[in-house]
Design a protein around this ligand. Structure first.
Ligand code: BES
Ligand code: ZN
Length: 593
């Protein structure tokens, strides 16, 4: 069923991982042994996924065996290990290579404190196989223990029960007692510090960041309580966050017990912490009930956006949540338009068809925001009370299981649609393009006021005289997204002088502003743009900025120039996207681009 793995859930499968590895920061390799408890299910071979790994030896129940490595494809290479009906354990001695796409090794200069190197992993969607030989399918769950040896001056943390103190010898042990799929295994190694936030919550970060992070994320414990009040107990013990260096390619990643987060959400005013609500919500939607294949990705992300918005509403009120919804809808409209013009109409369906493709290519705003719109429609049809009871029942019923789109639709019909006589064109939503006409439209009177200020400014009111005093980050984002398409240097200077946009410490505001500057060739902002693109590796910011740059001949040359130096600062998943966007070739002189 999952076309992105060499393993099969119904054949021989792993049930527990015992990982014993050393992390060498100098040679940038992870080496050691992945031991597994297995269930043979009558198979004579067990298949693991590997990609760019050096496999040295394999044992079955302690006895060396001859293993097979298959051809290298999009999925990597299958590792076939001969087993018997009663085999219990396998062990793989291996080493990572420089092709390990999950890993980003950072030099001290690429960290906040600039003293020590840093390593982090990113598993989703099919990258865990580049650092651990494993059955890498979201439909195959297992528990894990790990022993990780790192240089004594560094600390290691994983998506598991974590240390809060340093080990003198640099040896850390971890255990994840709840069964999880491989994409949720994660490791970070660096000069880390820890601060508690609440009883069950805390934050890890480099020393110079940890206080700022603790202040920014002060509401985390309340978010956890709000989430539990909505959809039932948090089943993972602790919930901690680690703030990574700025090259982290995503905003956040829901690694169980330890969300990985970009430092670009540390705005100094707690305005970008919906991302924490989002990753926390995945502890139910995604980590507890997991998309069975990457075609079902919307079951992870659409539900999480809905849940995230409910947490935001519980903590900060309806008007705050409404603004987030509108910004999300704007992103969706942009993505729909782009996918249509690029001829990828089928990628606008909720249910995807990613066979033969890198699943990362299908993971767009569609799953998030069209998925969210679908759930909002269901909520509107039956009312909140029934919808909440339905969702809570869904998480309880299918906890620690994987979910296909069909299985969900059957459950939805039985539990919600049929009993409440709801009429709905499910096929249009799930297997059709675009945004169906019955999608609820989010509204915000706060944004209506922002729209009025845009008009006043266009009609000649100076920027400094606009009514912006009460604006939050969301209003600024909305404002910047709705400026007229063509702006003069004088107009841009008027805005920048009044609002200090080029100097903004808020990455969302700065990125939205820089897009406008590029579009209008406002070159006083280019040094800031250059610095931003050279330090921040968050793909959501990089793609729109580079896209805007390559729209003109001058910008294309600039993009190539900046990318030539910044590429080394990006994680492999961002590099893959940008190499394609920029038609990058290291040897090609800029003039021929
Ligand atoms: N699970 C995703 C990140 C991801 C998606 C990694 C696809 C690899 C492939 C995470 O939960 C997420 O959605 N992050 C968002 C933040 C969110 C607030 C929408 C991001 O990184 O921007
Ligand atoms: Zn998510």
């Amino acid at each position: 069923m999952d076309t992105h793995t060499h393993a099969s859930a119904s054949a021989a499968r792993i049930t527990h991982l015992d990982l014993d590895v050393q992390v060498a920061m100098d040679t940038r390799t992870i080496s050691g042994t992945a031991g597994y408890a297995i269930r043979p299910n009558g198979s004579d071979t067990i298949f693991l996924d590997t990609d760019g790994l050096n496999v040295a030896a394999v044992r079955v129940d302690g006895q060396p065996v001859e293993f097979q490595l298959g051809d290298s494809t999009l999925l990597g290479r299958a590792l076939g290990i001969p087993i018997k009906r009663n085999s219990k354990q396998i062990a793989v001695d291996y080493k990572t290579t420089s092709d390990a796409k999950a890993l980003q090794w950072l030099s001290p200069q690429q960290t906040a404190d600039r003293k020590h190197p840093f390593l982090f992993t990113q598993g989703q969607a099919i990258l865990t196989r580049t650092w651990i030989p494993v059955q890498d399918s979201p439909g195959i769950r297992f528990t894990y223990n790990a022993r990780v040896k790192v240089p004594a001056e560094l600390m290691a943390v994983m998506s598991a029960a974590n240390p809060q103190q340093r080990s003198a010898e640099g040896v850390y042990t971890f255990s994840m007692e709840q069964a999880i799929p491989a994409y949720l295994i994660a490791l970070a190694v660096g000069d880390l510090d820890f601060r508690p936030l609440g009883e069950r919550t805390g934050v890890y970060a480099e020393r110079s960041m940890v206080e700022k992070a603790a202040w920014e994320f002060a509401d985390t414990e309340r978010m956890l309580e709000a989430a539990e009040a909505l959809y039932g107990p948090y089943r993972w013990g602790r919930y901690d966050v680690i703030v990574l260096p700025p090259s982290f390619p995503f905003g956040g990643m829901e690694n169980p017990r330890l969300t990985f987060a970009t430092p670009t959400i540390i705005a100094g005013d707690r305005s970008l912490t919906a991302l924490i609500a989002h990753e926390l919500a995945h502890s139910w939607s995604g980590n507890l009930v997991t998309n069975a294949t990457w075609n079902d990705f919307w079951l992870n992300e659409g539900f999480t956006v809905y849940f995230e918005n409910r947490i935001s509403e519980a903590l900060y009120g309806e008007s705050h949540a409404g603004m987030l919804q509108i910004l999300g809808r704007q992103d969706l409209q942009g993505t729909l338009a782009r996918l249509e013009t690029e001829g990828h109409g089928a990628d606008t369906h909720l249910r995807l068809h990613l066979e033969g493709r890198d699943p990362d290519d299908g993971m767009t705003d569609i799953a998030y925001e069209k998925g969210f719109a679908f759930l909002k429609l269901l909520e509107a049809k039956v009312g909140r009370e029934k919808f909440d009871a339905f969702l809570r029942g869904y998480f309880d019923t299918f906890a620690f299981q994987s979910m296909t789109t069909d299985r969900f639709l059957t459950y939805l019909d039985e539990q919600l649609l049929a009993p409440n006589n709801v009429q709905l064109d499910i096929t249009a939503w799930v297997d059709g393009p675009g945004l169906p006409a019955d999608a609820p439209t989010p509204v915000s009177d706060k944004f209506t006021k922002v729209d009025a200020e845009v008009v006043r400014w266009q009609q000649g009111t100076a920027a400094a005289s606009l009514n912006t005093k009460e604006w939050s980050t969301f209003e600024w984002m909305h404002f910047l997204r709705h400026l007229p398409k063509d702006l003069t240097d004088a107009q841009l200077n008027d805005l920048d002088n009044a609002f200090g946009l080029t100097k903004s410490g808020n990455a969302e505001v700065l990125a939205a502003w820089l897009e406008q500057c590029i579009r209008n060739d406002h070159d006083v902002a280019y040094p800031t743009l250059d610095r931003f693109l050279n330090t921040v590796g968050r793909r959501k910011f990089l793609v729109p900025l580079y896209t805007e740059l390559i729209a003109t001949e001058k910008g294309r040359l600039m993009a190539q120039d900046i990318y030539r130096s910044s590429r080394q600062n990006y994680h492999a998943v961002a590099v893959r996207t940008l190499d394609e966007l920029l038609a990058w070739s290291a040897n090609k002189p800029p003039a021929t681009f």
